[in-house]
Design a protein around this ligand. Sequence first.
Ligand code: PGA
Ligand code: ZN
Length: 474
Amino acid sequence: MSVQEYLDKHLLSRKIEDAVNAAVRAKTPDPVLFISNHMKKAVPSAITKIKARQILDSRGIPTVEVDLYTNKGMYRASVPSGASTGMYEAVEMRDGEKGKYLGKGVSKAVKIINEKISEALIGMDPVLQSQIDQAMMGLDKTENKAELGANAMLAVSIAACKAGAAEKEVPLYKHIADLSGKSNPILPVPAITVISGGKHAGNNLAVQEIMILPVGASNFEEAMQMGCETYQHLKAIILERNGSNGCNVGNDVGFAPNISSIAEGLDLVKEAIDRAGYNGRIKLAIDVAATDFCMGKKYDLDFKTPNKSGQNFKTGEDMLEMYTQLCKEYPIVSIEQPFDKDDWEHTKLFTNLGICQVVGDDLLMSNPKRIERAMHESTCNALLLKVNQVGTVTEAIEVVKQAKNADWGVIISHRSGETEDSFIADLAVGLATGQIKAGAPCHGERLAKYNQLLRIEEELGAEATYSGENWRQP
Ligand code: PGA
Ligand code: ZN
């Protein structure tokens, strides 16, 4: 090919002339930078390369990370993983090779991305999220993503979403809002974990988490200030009462003093809120994660206490009474997974009392069919959305829409095993869920989400709305 033929084939002279003219029209002080940006915009929007690797989550357990390249740049995403996994959620692909990371390696998932998924997606436009997700689902063909692995698919799906936003030159939350057909972004109320128990911590407390919700803050930044101050006051109180051992933390970085009753934990938190001066402006939430201590049809609140475990079983009715009493004594506005994942009956009875938000975690497993049933039977009235239980961004958006259409509360949730990826912050804002659960205001993987929300609020400036008192239906 001659030089002239090459220039003609790529319409180079015309494109360069256009760029120079545009720079002159704009009278830009840095024409070279302007021209290079102008030219970049003319490049087709396409995925050019996908490279996955195994990294480690906040517990030192392997997880999947993806670098997705387009003509514009490289976009990185990684996936979280949790303690509660169930048969109704999308399958997390693990190697199962006992000699390596105790079977938890993800090299198979990495290989699937680098070979199968990459081959299918290269050349696709990252702006078209649902087409990308559909292409992966087409490759998988199973209902629970067992063939490719939900961890493999989600990492690619999130990376593509970030690339799509960059391609459109809009913030990630804005791109997500567009994908969902919703246009007003809202900063969520953070459900900040302050006390950890259950499977997340080594103390005797059966209940997994006590959270604080700064619903009375006027904006997200103030909500974090209130949350952080309360967290620090709580640390001082625990230090006084339980000694420095009490300040050890659980997976999601709540303090794990060696208390054995939920009321004891709530008292500590109530005092911390008092000391911080936020009485009335901070509400409480608990995640019971009751599936972890349900034996048959009974609940063992002493399941972690040596010599007491198995001796004081509670019935569903006992538990229901306990929650009703706790809601009278403390400003509790939300209780997550109060009964076993298959205890539809008691969950419904409790929801029907209308005392507080009742959140389905294991009950729903972010599974559309379980959500449908819970809606039909009025079993609970809020969804805890864990993106890795779903497997793609498109389906996560659909599930949130499903819940919102039924006037449910929606909480976008982290997992106990997290990474530095802050995607769920943008997801919560873009989908205007009104609530996010991302752990304590401590440790990088938790703060990655909260700090991103601070940045988003700053960027939105006067247009920023904090869900605050409207946390359930923003
Ligand atoms: P998990 O816990 O990530 O360990 O499952 C999170 C939650 O129950 O909310
Ligand atoms: Zn939970």
